[in-house]
Design a binder for this molecule. Sequence first.
Ligand SMILES: NC(=O)C1=CN([C@@H]2O[C@H](COP(=O)(O)OP(=O)(O)OC[C@H]3O[C@@H](n4cnc5c(N)ncnc54)[C@H](O)[C@@H]3O)[C@@H](O)[C@H]2O)C=CC1
Ligand SMILES: Nc1nc(O)c(N)c(N[C@@H]2O[C@H](COP(=O)(O)O)[C@@H](O)[C@H]2O)n1
Length: 211
Amino acid sequence: MHVHVNAAVSADGKLSSRQREQIAISGDEDFARMETIRAEADAVVVGVGTVLTDDPSLERHDESIGSEPPARVVADSRGRTPTDADILAGDRPTYLLVSAAAPEQRRRALERAGATVVVAGEDRVDLPEAFDELTTHGVSHLMVEGGGELIFSLFADELVDELTVYVGSMIIGGRGAPTLADGDGFVDEFPTLKLRDVSRLDDGVVLAYDA
Ligand SMILES: NC(=O)C1=CN([C@@H]2O[C@H](COP(=O)(O)OP(=O)(O)OC[C@H]3O[C@@H](n4cnc5c(N)ncnc54)[C@H](O)[C@@H]3O)[C@@H](O)[C@H]2O)C=CC1
Ligand SMILES: Nc1nc(O)c(N)c(N[C@@H]2O[C@H](COP(=O)(O)O)[C@@H](O)[C@H]2O)n1
């Protein structure tokens, strides 16, 4: 499976503010670029932290791009996704990746709301195992939109093939504000990237890396 992480950060590396509400860091051109990456993907994944704060639809907003809208995926160890979340609306498949710690009642509620529940891992979603399961559902190109906890785990599990980051011209600040890769952080054996391209967009830059 090809895994492409795409996100937007402020000039000081934040995904959002300490209040964790959604902030438009991207301008119109970068949101359009994000749409083209969504259109190339078989599925788009976010962590449940992003579902709880942003309630994204992961819709293709511009229907002229691409043919088949991507499926939606949430990494959600305990099945905390609300059953009325936008990510469950409509007919496209939604895969809820949960761990064995997700209460049976929550799993059933999410299935009733239309999700396909994939169990992988004991206490936390085992991402390599869950992604293997997604390939059996036809997902060979996966876009990751965030947030920082999920992105860190993907680097820790060496699952990332490609990273594109829009760096917007604003400062958000705050030691508790999410960054591109949060989690426990690396103290050695830092993942290294190969810079492939740098381009100006809106009032910022897009950095494209191979991982
Ligand atoms: N600027 C941007 O491009 C984007 C910004 N965001 C922002 O990111 C913030 C949310 O990010 P986070 O709080 O970091 O949450 P997150 O979206 O990364 O979700 C983390 C949650 O995912 C679940 N999870 C299951 N298995 C996991 C695993 N193996 N590794 C890691 N997590 C796993 C856990 O319940 C964990 O708490 C929000 O403020 C949102 O607005 C989110 C997406 C894009
Ligand atoms: N690429 C990007 N730039 C920003 O400035 C952002 N705030 C985000 N946030 C993420 O975009 C997604 C929006 O989803 P919907 O269009 O509502 O489906 C979602 O993943 C946000 O967290 N991204």
